[in-house]
Design a protein around this ligand. Structure first.
Ligand SMILES: [Zn+2]
Length: 162
């Protein structure tokens, strides 16, 4: 992965609004029974809707159990973000019929050799069972390791009523 201009320390306190999470989850429900993936970008300037959810193709050869961004797709994300003055604030992917844990594989992908590739970026993992979101968690690199916190169901369950 290419290095991005870092989100900076303020990125850690960014809260992704529930309606943005809902957009992510709708996409991930749609890719089941394969893992879906993508990024959430945030505009640097104060825009009315600074959030952009950008699903990316999962090019993993084993998409039921893993995800991967194509290098050219990632390059495109970096270029676009630069041009639009946005920052990637979150990388998301789903887990198919298993828990929303930040797995050893996820950890390795996000921080090979224990060094985070995208400092200041959070990792959202969403568990999808039978095409529906069951749980979610977010992980951020803090003080030398990834810290994972579950996302309360109340933060995304409302989307099911839509
Ligand atoms: Zn994973």
């Amino acid at each position: 992965m290419l290095a991005l201009r870092g989100g900076g320390p303020e990125a850690l306190s960014r809260e992704i609004p529930p309606e943005v999470l809902a957009r992510v989850m709708r996409h991930l429900e749609g890719t089941w029974p394969r893992e879906g993936c993508g990024v959430i970008l945030q505009a640097r300037a104060g825009e009315e809707d600074p959030w952009r959810v950008l699903p990316l193709p999962n090019v993993s050869p084993t998409p039921r159990v893993a995800y991967a961004f194509a290098p050219e797709a990632w390059l495109q994300v970096c270029r676009e973000a630069e041009a639009r003055q946005e920052a990637v604030v979150c990388v998301f992917h789903s887990h198919v019929d298993t828990a929303a844990v930040f797995s050893a594989e996820d950890r390795l992908q996000a921080a090979p050799e224990g060094i985070p590739l995208l400092p200041g970026v959070s990792y959202l993992v969403v568990a999808i069972q039978d095409g529906r979101v069951t749980s979610a968690s977010t992980s951020e690199w803090k003080q030398g390791d990834f810290q994972t916190v579950p996302i309360p169901a109340s933060d995304f369950r409302f989307e099911k009523a839509l």
